[in-house]
Design a protein around this ligand. Structure first.
Ligand code: 5GP
Length: 346
């Protein structure tokens, strides 16, 4: 047994210090980024915020709404080949820059991935997603996927430490997904005791990735727009959101009435609800590591997108970053013992 005593921080432990700025208005801020990916060498332009590959978030409808603003969607892995085919007939070639096909590492996952790419070779992004990115099986799957798809952009995770980010980049990932346990409907920390405060995970993993020319996506734990700004400030190249995009028209999941008010169901991909729906129940050797919640219906995601982008532009104005790219350089975090004033919160 060992104890590490270095301080590790989450979003709630810091604020971003304002800095003198020559920007007159938040309209001067651009949130677009240009990346050239490590292995695929593909040049991408867009706003680096993405919807999580959960079936109550990363839907085709969500992708259409987000792509209008050049935001990205990791499409969940439970659509059938036929559903993919129909969807692909309704979108154009540019749209391919803003969606990923998600997969696990099982043999049926890999067969389905191959079938989707055979059917629609114009797709560009693959998201290989497992709860525990530290397994050798996952790394081998990533290597094989890279061999099979040398030109595709591969995003893979999840991990939270620099040495594993390096291993995944060397094994063929362009973008490493970072986050274990911070998710809004995740119970991994409760069930297993395993995790890593998300802001420190971002800072350490971004440093490792950038040293090799790779990128990271911070996955999980953003509750409010300010957290997204902190994730970018800490060095995240992309930020993935689950809960913040849940509960809208475009989110999947059932709509339920509770005391006359519309709610939408939102659940973790390892929750009992998800396992019952997709794999016929919770296998007897494992526990569910996700929650099921009902969240008040939030209307069209368009309003949420505007709120997120407007907030992020405002952060950039406070620290004098004309472009999102400059935000990390312009960020000084201060450690705090308070966040926002909750006196009028419910
Ligand atoms: P959020 O933005 O809601 O805080 O986090 C979204 C992320 O939570 C997802 O992208 C995924 O990495 C993670 N997640 C989704 N479902 C589950 C689950 O059932 N269990 C765990 N441990 N994590 C989950």
């Amino acid at each position: 047994m060992r104890i590490e005593t270095d301080l590790k921080l989450g979003f709630k432990d810091v604020m971003i210090r304002p800095k003198r700025s020559t920007l007159n208005s938040r309209a001067e801020v651009t949130l677009d980024r240009d990346f050239t990916f490590l292995h695929s060498k593909y040049q991408w332009n867009g706003v680096p915020i993405m919807a999580a590959n959960m079936d109550t978030v990363g839907t085709f409808e969500m992708a259409k709404a987000l792509a209008n603003h050049k935001l990205f969607t990791a499409i969940h892995k439970h659509y059938s080949l036929q559903e993919w085919k129909t969807f692909m007939q309704s979108v154009n070639e540019e749209f391919m820059d803003y969606i990923a096909v998600s997969t696990g590492t099982g043999s049926t996952d890999s067969e389905k991935l191959t079938a989707i790419f055979n059917q629609s070779p114009q797709l560009k992004f693959i998201c290989i997603d497992v709860a525990n990115g530290y397994s050798e099986h996952f790394v081998n799957f990533l290597k094989r996927t890279r061999e099979q798809y040398p030109d595709k952009i591969i995003m893979a995770g999840n991990v939270v430490t620099g040495e594993m980010v390096e291993e995944l980049l060397l094994a063929g990932a362009d973008i490493v997904k970072v986050g274990i346990g911070p998710g809004s409907v995740c119970t991994t920390r409760v069930k297993t005791g395993v995790g890593y405060p998300q802001l420190s995970a971002i800072i350490e993993c971004a440093d490792a990735a950038h040293g090799l020319g790779g990128q990271i996506v911070s996955d999980g734990g953003c509750k409010i727009p300010g957290d997204i700004a902190k994730a970018f400030g800490g060095g995240a190249d992309f930020v993935m959101l689950g809960g913040m995009f849940a509960g809208h028209n475009e989110s999947g999941g059932e709509t339920i009435e509770i005391n006359g008010e519309k709610h939408k169901q939102f659940y973790g991909m390892s929750s009992e609800t998800a396992m019952n729906k997709h794999v016929g129940g919770v296998a007897d050797y494992r526990a569910s590591e996700g929650k099921t919640v009902q969240i008040p219906y939030r209307g069209e995601v368009e309003n949420t997108i505007q709120d997120i982008l407007g907030s992020l532009r405002s952060t950039c104005t406070y620290v004098g970053a004309k472009r999102l790219k400059e935000l990390t350089k312009r960020t000084t975090f201060i450690r705090v013992q308070e966040q926002h004033n909750e006196i009028f919160s419910k």
